[in-house]
Design a protein around this ligand. Structure first.
Ligand SMILES: Nc1nc2c(ncn2[C@@H]2O[C@H](COP(=O)(O)OP(=O)(O)OP(=O)(O)O)[C@@H](O)[C@H]2O)c(=O)[nH]1
Ligand SMILES: [Mg+2]
Length: 241
């Protein structure tokens, strides 16, 4: 299997993207937390979800990967999508005043799963209604969706149903879906905290394992059970949930 270099993500010219939407380019800009902006470029995405950079990386990242997937963070504005991604990527919590994401943005992270380097290209979407048409165009290339709600915000919980309808309308049928913060709607569930780091690593790792298994499954290999894995990991970490 060929090895590829993982771009750092924040600069469109240095990173592989899926080229969504069809018009070629995207997007809005991410103001605020990271203070950087993203403009998408074209590249090839195979049916199995692997992302192959269509141009050489200009990034100074020296990280290589074997297989890559697109993951999208969706959910109401203010539920903590950007904070969760920053916690996962940089291990830090973005405290202070809330600055809403404008448009869409992404970061890359490479995980070691079963001796393979699995690159997640993680798209952070704006939760505000006015950016919905921008983010819709990105759903179809997503291999996994993390749908977040805020456990302290009833409205964000009530809106989960509408988000699921949106996902049903725009995402691939077999997209890996994880609901963060809720036990209902029949999808794998876990609670996370961008502030404390609770389960952040586990949420993304579980999705990466599921994606890798789906993509490279041996005929007799037992099916990876995402929720079982999450439960087991939380148990062994001594979580009382
Ligand atoms: N206490 C606590 N606050 C959090 C947590 N995650 C996010 N926040 C706060 O919630 C606010 C919104 O977080 P963001 O990550 O910017 O929200 P978002 O979902 O990206 O919002 P949009 O970009 O508008 O879609 C910020 O003030 C964060 O500091 C968490 O786990 N715990
Ligand atoms: Mg945001």
């Amino acid at each position: 299997m060929s090895r590829k270099k993982a771009g750092k993500g924040k600069n469109a010219n240095s990173s592989p993207t899926t080229g969504s939407p069809k018009t070629g380019s995207p997007t809005g800009k991410q103001k605020g937390k990271t203070g950087k902006s993203t403009v998408g470029t074209g590249s090839v995405v195979q049916a199995n979800g692997m992302v192959h950079p269509s141009r050489p990386s200009l990034s100074n990242s020296s990280e290589f990967y074997d297989i890559a997937f697109k993951v999208m963070l969706v959910g109401d504005s203010g539920v903590g999508k950007t904070c969760l991604l920053v916690r996962f990527k940089d291990g830090a919590f973005l405290a202070g005043s809330f600055i809403s994401t404008v448009g869409i943005d992404f970061r890359n992270k490479v995980l070691n799963i079963d001796r393979l380097k699995v690159k997640l290209q993680i798209w952070d979407t704006a939760g505000q209604e006015r950016f919905r048409s921008v983010t819709h165009a990105y759903y179809r290339d997503a291999n996994a969706l993390l749908l977040l709600y805020d456990v302290t915000n009833r409205t964000s919980f009530d809106n989960i149903k509408a988000w699921l309808t949106e996902i049903h309308d725009y995402a691939q049928q077999d997209v890996v879906l994880m609901l963060l913060g809720n036990k209902e709607f029949g999808v794998p569930y876990m609670e996370t905290s961008a502030k404390s780091g609770l389960n952040v690593e586990l949420a993304f790792t579980a999705v990466a394992i599921e994606l890798k298994h789906r993509s490279m499954k041996e005929p007799n290999e037992p099916k990876f059970k995402l929720q079982d894995y999450v439960n087991k990991e939380m148990k062994s970490a001594g979580c009382a949930c």
